[in-house]
Write a protein that binds this ligand. Structure first.
Ligand SMILES: *[C@@H]1O[C@H](CO)[C@@H](O)[C@H](O)[C@H]1NC(C)=O
Ligand SMILES: *[C@@H]1O[C@H](CO)[C@@H](O)[C@H](O)[C@H]1NC(C)=O
Length: 596
C-alpha cells in the first residue's frame, strides 16, 4: 500500500534526521528497522500469485507498446466492417464509431495527432451513449492524443468524461494524473495516481514510482507551508535530556548555581535558566535566558551563555530562525569565550544540516575544531552527522578521535561500535562483525548504566534477527529508562518484525504515547500500522498529531507524505466504492509484493 512504499523510500531521511535533532541515535535506527520490516516480506509471492502477477506485468508491457491508446488493435476489424459494408450490410452506429476509433488509432500511431482527434470526435458523436465502455475508450484515446500535444485541460476533460462512463478505468486515472502533474495540481494528481495504484492492485512499478514522487512533492509543498505556520513545541524531558547527555564537555552544563546560603533572593537571568534546566522546567528556559540577554545591568555576566542556551532550546523546539540568530550573535562576537564559540559553531552546524545546507554545516565543524582541537564533543557531534549522511568510514574516524579524547564517553564509544557494525555489514566482513559484537559486550560491561549501550546492542541484534536476545537487552534498557518513548517504539517495531504481532505493537505504541505525549515517532509509527490495518481515518488523525511534534522540515515532508497518502486513499476508496481492507488483506497475505 501507498504507505509502505513511502516508508521504504523516505524513511532513511527520517532516521538520518532523528539523529541530528539530537534524538538518540537509537531513534534513527528504529525507523531503519521499519524499513526492513515493510520491505522484507515483499519477495514472498505464492506461486499462483506470481503467475498471475507475471501475466499482469506482461500485459502492462503490451499496453505500453500500444502507445497507451485502447482498442482492438489491428486493422482487421476495420477491414471486416468495410467488407460487410460493401456487402450492403447496415453498419450499426456502434460499429461505425469503432471504425472511426480504429482510424483514429492509426493516425495516432503514425504521429498524426490532430487527425486522430478528429476521428475520435466522430467516434464519440456516433456512439450510442449506453455503450459505456466504448465511450470511455474513445474519450481516453482522445485524451492520449491531446496529451502528446500538451493540451492539458483537454486531457483532463476527456479523462473525466471517460471516467464518468467507466469509473474503474485505470488508464484514464493515470493519464489525468499525468496532466495534473504537468500543471502542478499535485493533490489532484495524488488522488488520481492513488486510484491507478489501487485499480492495478499495486502491481505496476511505474505507477508506484510515480506515486512515490508525487507523494514526496506534495509533502514538500505542505512542509514548506507547515514550517512557516508551525507552533514551536518544547520537547519532552526525555528528549531534552538525551540530547544533552550526548555532550560530554558542554560548558553550560558544568555551571554551578550559587549555594542557597549566599543569597535568599530568587535567581535571575541565566542562573534561573540553569536552575530551570536542572529542575526540568524546560518551558521557562527561553524567557529566563532572554531576561539575561536583555538585561542592562552590569552584573549580567552570562550573556553569551544565555545566548548559547537559548539558541540550543530554540533548536530543540525547531525554531531555526531564532536559533540561528542566537548562534550568529555569539559567533560575531570575537571576544566571546572560545569554548562557548566552539559550541555555538557545533550547534549551528547541526542546524545547517537540518536545513539541508551540508557544506555550511561541515564548515562550522572545521571552525569548531580550529578553536578547540582537543574537545571530544567536536568529533563526536561531527561523527553523528557524518553517520547520518551515510559517510560511515569518515564517521568512524571521528568517533575514534572522540573516544581517544574522552575514554569515558560511553555514548560515543557505543555509537562507534554501531558505525563499525554498519561498515562490517557493508563490506561483508564476517570476522569484523564478530569482533564488533564482542566490542558491544565490552562496552556494556564497562558502562552498565548507559542506556544507549543496551539499546544499540538490542537494535543490532534485532537487525540480525536475533530477536529473543534483542528483547533481553531492551528489557535491561527499559529498567534504566522506563520513560524513554523511543525504546518502547523500537520494541513495538521489533514485535512487528519478529512475530508480525500487531496487537502487541499497538499496545506498546500507545504506551509510548502515554509516557511522552509529544513523541512524534510514536504517532507516526502507530499511524503507519493503522494504514496497514486499513484504518485510514485513524491513521490520518495520528499523522496530524505527529505533525504537531515534528521538528524539522525534512520530518514534516515525511509525515505530510504519509498523511497525504492516507487522505488520498480515503478519497479514492470512497469514490470507487472499494473497501481498502480487502486490498490490505491481499497485501498481508503475501499475494502481492508490498510495493506500496
Ligand atoms: C518492481 O520493483 C521491484 C523492486 O524495485 C523489483 O524487484 C521488481 O522486479 C520490479 N518489477 C517489475 C515488473 O519491474
Ligand atoms: C481528498 O479530498 C479532499 C476533499 O475533497 C481534497 O481537498 C483533497 O485535495 C483530496 N486529496 C488529497 C490528497 O488531499
Amino acid at each position: 500500500m501507498a504507505m509502505t512504499l513511502n516508508i521504504g523510500s523516505l524513511k532513511l531521511n527520517k532516521w538520518q534526521l532523528a539523529l541530528i535533532v539530537g534524538t538518540p541515535l537509537a531513534i534513527g535506527l528504529g525507523t531503519y528497522a521499519i524499513k526492513r520490516w515493510t520491505s522484507a516480506p515483499g519477495g514472498k509471492e505464492t506461486d499462483g500469485a506470481k503467475k498471475q502477477n507475471d501475466q499482469k506485468r506482461g500485459k502492462g508491457k503490451i499496453e505500453k507498446q500500444a502507445l497507451s491508446i485502447d482498442g482492438t488493435a489491428p486493422d482487421s476489424e476495420l477491414e471486416k466492417n468495410k467488407k460487410s459494408a460493401e456487402l450492403g450490410e447496415e453498419l450499426t452506429p456502434l460499429k461505425e464509431a469503432n471504425n472511426y476509433k480504429t482510424e483514429g488509432n492509426n493516425c495516432y500511431r503514425n504521429g498524426k495527432y490532430d487527425e486522430a482527434i478528429k476521428f475520435y470526435d466522430k467516434a464519440i458523436e456516433k456512439c450510442p451513449k449506453e455503450h459505456r465502455t466504448d465511450m470511455a475508450i474513445f474519450y481516453q484515446n482522445r485524451a492520449a492524443a491531446y496529451e502528446v500535444l500538451k493540451k492539458w485541460s483537454n486531457v483532463k476533460e476527456d479523462c473525466t468524461a471517460a471516467l464518468e462512463y467507466n469509473p474503474r478505468y485505470a488508464k484514464a486515472y493515470y493519464r489525468r494524473a499525468r496532466a495534473h502533474d504537468a500543471t502542478k495540481n499535485m493533490l489532484e494528481c495524488l488522488d488520481d495516481v492513488t486510484a491507478t495504484c489501487i485499480l492495478e492492485m499495486f502491481q505496476n512499478n511505474n505507477t508506484i514510482m510515480f506515486a512515490d514522487r508525487v507523494l514526496k512533492e506534495t509533502g514538500r509543498v505542505a512542509a514548506e507551508k507547515g514550517m512557516r505556520t508551525r507552533v514551536p513545541v518544547v520537547p519532552s524531558a526525555c528528549f531534552v535530556n538525551t540530547y544533552m547527555r550526548s555532550f560530554i564537555a558542554d560548558p553550560l552544563q558544568s555551571i554551578q548555581l550559587p549555594s542557597k546560603s549566599e543569597s535568599d533572593a530568587p535567581l535571575k537571568g541565566f542562573l534561573r535558566a540553569r536552575q530551570c534546566f536542572i529542575n526540568e522546567q524546560f518551558d521557562d528556559i527561553i524567557p529566563a535566558c532572554t531576561e539575561e540577554i536583555e538585561s542592562s545591568e552590569a552584573e549580567a555576566q552570562y550573556k553569551v551563555e544565555a545566548l548559547l542556551m537559548r539558541g540550543t532550546f530554540h533548536l530543540l523546539c525547531g525554531s531555526y530562525t531564532e536559533s540561528k540568530q542566537d548562534f550568529d550573535a555569539i559567533l560575531s562576537n570575537a571576544d566571546a569565550d572560545p569554548t562557548l564559540r566552539a559550541y555555538a559553531y557545533m550547534k549551528r552546524a547541526a542546524l545547517f544540516i537540518q536545513l539541508d545546507e551540508r557544506e555550511k554545516g561541515l564548515a562550522d565543524f572545521e571552525e569548531a575544531e580550529r578553536l578547540k582541537p582537543d574537545n571530544a564533543d567536536v568529533y563526536h557531534q561531527r561523527a553523528q552527522i557524518l553517520l547520518l549522511l551515510e559517510q560511515i568510514e569518515p564517521a568512524l574516524v571521528e568517533f575514534s578521535k572522540a573516544v581517544r579524547l574522552a575514554p569515558n564517553h560511553a555514548i560515543a564509544l557505543v555509537q562507534q561500535c554501531y558505525a563499525e557494525y554498519r561498515l562490517s555489514l557493508l563490506v561483508g566482513d564476517q570476522r569484523r562483525l564478530e569482533a564488533v559484537m564482542h566490542a558491544f559486550e565490552q562496552a556494556i560491561e564497562r558502562f552498565p548504566d548507559c542506556v544507549e549501550c543496551y539499546s544499540l546492542m538490542a537494535q543490532v541484534l534485532a537487525d540480525q534477527q536475533q530477536f529473543p536476545q534483542a528483547q533481553q537487552y531492551y528489557q535491561k534498557a527499559m529498567k534504566l529508562a522506563p520513560n524513554n518513548p523511543a525504546l518502547i517504539v523500537h520494541q513495538a517495531i521489533m514485535m512487528l518484525q519478529w512475530r508480525g504481532d500487531i496487537e502487541v505493537a499497538v499496545k506498546l505504541l500507545n504506551q509510548a504515547i502515554e509516557v511522552d505525549p509529544k513523541c512524534e515517532l510514536a504517532y507516526e509509527t502507530l499511524g503507519t500500522v493503522e494504514v496497514q490495518r486499513a484504518n485510514l481515518k485513524k491513521a490520518v488523525e495520528l499523522f496530524e498529531k505527529a505533525l504537531l511534534y515534528a521538528k524539522s522540515q525534512a520530518e514534516l515532508v515525511h509525515v505530510y507524505s504519509l498523511h497525504n497518502a492516507a487522505v488520498a486513499q480515503i478519497n479514492v476508496t470512497k469514490k470507487l466504492g472499494i473497501d481498502m481492507s480487502s486490498v490490505s488483506a491481499m497485501v498481508h497475505s503475501g499475494a502481492m509484493p508490498q510495493g506500496m
